[in-house]
Design a protein around this ligand. Structure first.
Ligand SMILES: *Cc1c(COP(=O)(O)O)cnc(C)c1O
Length: 361
């Protein structure tokens, strides 16, 4: 069986050992005689799975005790409304930094519920950089400041967080969760769709400071109220059981096989460096992002010639390097090199790019 190197932005690769373990346990999870997919979410066996997943996430991300970890559904996109409905509750104001389509969508959703201001944007240069901000740019009475930490489509990341003073900082970490250590205490709320770095599609994680829970707008649907899920330990209704189980396996992989997030970061930096160094030396390919804001997870690049880009994507696919076509709004290519992409995958890609460059001079 030949597995491809999948550079998709999401859903994306999972560690092979996780897939093998899930396969081995498919028919009979730990002697229960059932698949996790078939099991009651109220059963003791599943309760162990969700509790272990939460404990592992808390340990690996070093999540302080005054934060709730919620296992939700609806993807990152549902959080765009949920954040606003739950947190824009004191002055009905929020400030957004627009660093790409995901932040823009979050802003547009929040705008339906209150006074929402764009304080900075990098739209002027197709989101190829992170705009600089300082504390004075934020409204003192804003209920929160919102950022998208890693911009999946454009390949930028916040290496340094905006200084928001006492205003809670909210971040979409869908495409960088678990890729490196993050100081959770600097945030009011973090959320992530799981399908990029954590599990399959269908699970969304929210990490919410406790004092921000319980003051949702009156008309907030029950299922979109963080309190509903926080009060019932994410078991108000049927959670995405199987993906919570996969997340548990991925967390065990990070803890036991990788050795934690410092180690994960090291591996991710090594992978990204290989690709960025090649891009910086290539005469055919070039990265699209300013050097200081480059993402470790998503690496967009172009040749500057649409037909050449298309030829590259086609030939790469034939060579087992799949899903490398760039987002339709950027064009060119994008290599998403999340946690589960092995170093050899990036090596293969760079070798292939060198060969392609030599043949297409
Ligand atoms: C993929 C992605 C989303 C959207 O996630 P869905 O789960 O598809 O709703 C939101 N934000 C970021 C940063 C993403 O990468």
């Amino acid at each position: 069986m030949a597995r491809v190197y999948n550079f998709s932005a999401g859903p994306s690769m999972l560690p092979e050992s996780v897939l093998k373990k899930a396969a081995a346990e498919m028919l009979d999870y730990e002697g229960s005689g059932q698949s996790v997919m078939e099991m009651s979410h109220r059963s003791k066996v599943f309760d162990n799975i969700i509790k272990s997943a939460e404990a592992l996430l808390r340990e690996i991300m070093n999540i302080p005790d005054n934060y709730k970890v919620l296992f939700l559904q609806g993807g990152g996109s549902t959080q765009f409304a949920m954040v606003a409905l739950n947190l824009m509750n004191k002055n009905n104001k929020a400030d957004y930094i627009i660093t790409g389509q995901w932040a823009k969508k979050a802003y547009q959703e929040a705008k339906r519920y209150g006074d929402v201001k764009v304080v900075a944007s990098s739209e002027d240069k197709t989101y190829t950089y992170i705009p600089k901000t300082d504390r004075s740019m934020f409204r003192e009475d804003a209920d929160y400041v919102y950022i998208c930490m890693n911009n999946t489509i454009y390949g930028t990341v916040y290496h340094e967080l905006p200084d928001t003073g006492d205003i809670p900082l909210v971040a979409d970490i869908s495409s960088c969760i678990l890729s490196e250590p993050i100081d959770v205490s600097k945030f009011g709320l973090l959320f992530a769709g799981a399908q990029k770095n954590m599990a399959g599609a269908g699970l969304t994680i929210a990490i919410v400071r406790e004092d921000l829970i319980g003051n949702a707008m009156d008309f907030t649907p029950t299922m979109l109220n963080y309190a509903t899920h926080a009060d019932k330990d994410s078991l108000y209704n049927t959670p995405p059981c199987y993906q919570i189980y996969i997340a548990k396996l991925v967390l065990e992989w990070i803890k036991n096989e990788v050795g934690g997030l410092d180690k994960m970061k090291e591996l991710n930096e090594k992978k990204a460096k290989l690709l960025y160094d090649f891009l910086d030396s290539s005469e055919l390919f070039k990265g699209t992002v300013v050097a200081e804001d480059r993402s470790l997870m998503n690496v967009p690049f172009v040749t500057g010639d649409k037909d050449m880009d298309a030829k590259f994507v086609e030939e790469a696919t034939k060579a087992g390097l799949v899903n490398i076509k760039g987002h339709r709004t950027v064009g060119g290519m994008r290599a998403s090199i999340y946690n589960a992409m092995p170093y050899e995958g990036v090596e293969k890609l760079v070798e292939f790019m060198k060969k392609f460059e030599a043949e297409n001079k």
